[in-house]
Design a protein around this ligand. Structure first.
Ligand code: 5GP
Ligand code: MN
Length: 338
């Protein structure tokens, strides 16, 4: 982020503003953690601040301080449209193109506010007045920390802010194991612990909070695992019927895709999840090493993300989606086979 932007943002934040913070649709730990971390900071500074999420977020994040204050756009459009219209500043967090805001794209496109993007996805589009984009960083939460550092505001980090930012860094780094986890990530984490993030409780709240249904749905997912040893690929399917049988709740399948990568030799893993109501199969893609699931999802499944973690979708049936996937896969033989 250029120095001029920091000066302008510092000056804008010196008066009281109406501020809206928007995470991406299908918000995850990093999207919600960064939004709430920034929310507590701005509120503390006297700004009228609201987090508006395009749709609901997983149960395992609903203990986060301030999570009960988040407005869900779906089902509350009129009130949210007014907040967006009246906003002086709109922060968009953890996404690189406006389309990722789902139904909020339209009101956001019409808003007159100053837009500030903070995001770690590659290839940001240029809708924002101030773009803080860095694809080398582990998470948007780490970026919010750095953003506060640039504003010389680290001293204002409360235990609530520290808790929210810690959570997003933890979830987006797979508990500090993915490649983007650097010494700097750990230095930020260390400071967040010093500032009141209770790491033991946070891990427990996020990872030891499965319902019985969720654990059993994981069992079904693992039974549905297919392995293509030659192309070092594994995939999992979950049908709507299987989700219904275990009373699927948002967030229940989070992390399931990683089991594919836990198999020795596998470098590309995908989970296909049927969403009948939306008429689509939602995909999560993960890889190890240099195989770009971002490129793969962009090229074939209307999605995108990062080098090693991306999402996508298909409007075909589950069967046809799998056939399409298996047909495409050999095109990547050079990258995937040993
Ligand atoms: P997940 O598989 O956990 O939903 O998402 C993995 C990564 O891919 C996240 O960084 C997420 O923001 C990104 N992602 C997920 N779905 C989509 C999508 O439909 N389009 C794009 N561009 N990125 C996505
Ligand atoms: Mn993220």
């Amino acid at each position: 982020m250029i120095e001029q932007s920091i000066l302008e943002i510092t000056s804008a934040l010196s008066q009281s503003n109406r501020i809206v913070i928007v995470p991406h649709k299908g918000p995850d730990g990093d999207a919600i953690g960064s939004s709430l971390g920034l929310y507590h900071f701005l509120k503390e500074k006297g700004h009228e601040t609201t987090v508006i999420a395009p749709n609901d977020f997983p149960q395992f994040l609903k203990w986060l301080p301030g999570s009960e204050e988040i407005q869900i756009y779906e089902g509350n459009k009129e009130a949210c449209d007014r907040l967006i219209q009246d906003a002086d500043i709109i922060f968009t967090l953890d996404f690189n193109m406006l389309e990722r805001a789902g139904d909020m794209v339209e009101p956001l496109s019409q808003a007159e506010a100053t837009f500030i993007m903070i995001d770690h996805h590659p290839e940001p589009s240029d809708y924002a007045d101030h773009t803080y984009s860095d694809a080398s960083l582990s998470s948007t939460c780490q970026m919010v920390y750095k953003f506060l550092q640039k504003l010389r505001a680290l001293k204002y980090i409360t235990p609530e802010i520290a808790t929210c930012l810690y959570t997003g860094i933890m979830t987006d780094t797979g508990s500090f194991r993915y490649r983007a986890t650097t010494g700097d990530t750990h230095r930020v984490i260390a400071d967040l612990i010093d500032k009141g993030a209770d790491n033991n409780t946070i891990h427990s709240n996020v990872f030891d909070s499965f319902s019985k249904n969720r654990i059993q749905l994981l069992g079904v997912a693992l039974q549905n695992l297919h392995v293509n040893k030659d192309l070092r690929t594994a995939y999992i399917t979950l049908s709507q019927e299987e989700l219904d049988r275990y009373n699927f709740q948002k967030g229940d399948t989070e992390g399931f895709v990683n089991y594919g990568l836990a198999i020795e030799g596998i470098i590309f893993a995908v989970i296909f999840i049927e969403h009948k109501a939306d008429g689509m199969i939602k995909m999560s893609l993960r890889s190890k090493g240099n195989f770009s699931v971002n490129k793969f999802a962009r090229a074939h499944f209307n999605g995108g993300g990062h080098l090693n973690a991306a999402g996508g979708r298909s409007e075909l049936s589950m069967e046809d989606t799998i056939t399409k996937f298996n047909t495409i896969l050999p095109q990547y033989k050079e990258e995937l086979s040993l």
